[in-house]
Design a protein around this ligand. Sequence first.
Ligand code: NAI
Length: 246
Amino acid sequence: MSDQRVAFVTGASRGIGRAVAERLANDGRHVVLCSRSAAPLNDLAGTIEANGGAASVCACDVGDRDALSGAIEGVIKERGRLDILVNNAGITRDGLALRMSDDDWDEVIRVNLTSAFAAIRAAARPMMKQRFGRIVNVASTSGLVGNAGQANYAAAKAGLVGLTKTIARELGGKGITCNTVAPGFIQTDMTKDLPESVTAQVLSTMAVNRLGDPADIAAAIAYVTSDEAGFLTGQTIAVDGGLTMC
Ligand code: NAI
């Protein structure tokens, strides 16, 4: 079995997940790229390998918990280990709570929250055997302070914070840490269609006078998942340019 640490990153095809995957590969991890369709992941794996890194592809819908658990178990069988799990895949289905459809509620909870629970359960046993694991759940400042129009999303992201703390307590004695990284406003496909007035309003309440870049989040996750971060667990790190400071 290789000594190289293996990282499983969901939502790796673009945006924050892609930046995390590239950063972890640059830091010497073998990165397993997970997202719904294989094509963009194959392109990214090619880019990572061209830059001297190591990556493999695992296409899977994280909203299907059996498929996700099976995918993680497959990685463990194939690579003999799993050291780092980054639950990053996420979606929005915005709407005011009183008008939100049950489907929009269920879908956002399934993709953003239930998937993390399923992935953690699949990853935890091998991590316990290794007596090493780094789990990161990517939440959002919406889950910390709420956001009108995002009852489903904010509930899912706040749920990740509670899940993180519980997993940190349950697995801390086994060498496994679990933390939440909560991005603020980051320039990705998820935010590109927001009206300029919203962007300007967010900027006006931030301490750092710029929107975030996916690399800002990747840098935080690189540290939280590093070997040297073994004393950091159960925390929620808001990487948000000073938007919330809570
Ligand atoms: P994005 O929309 O650019 O990328 C989302 C990724 O998740 C894509 O790779 C997509 O294919 C994948 N994905 C979505 N549903 C999936 C499913 N069912 N199965 C497998 N993969 C799926 O989003 P972005 O901005 O990169 O967001 C990444 C994470 O960061 C999300 O959890 C999001 O909620 C969170 N976040 C983003 C913020 C932002 O300002 N962009 C702010 C706060 C949190």
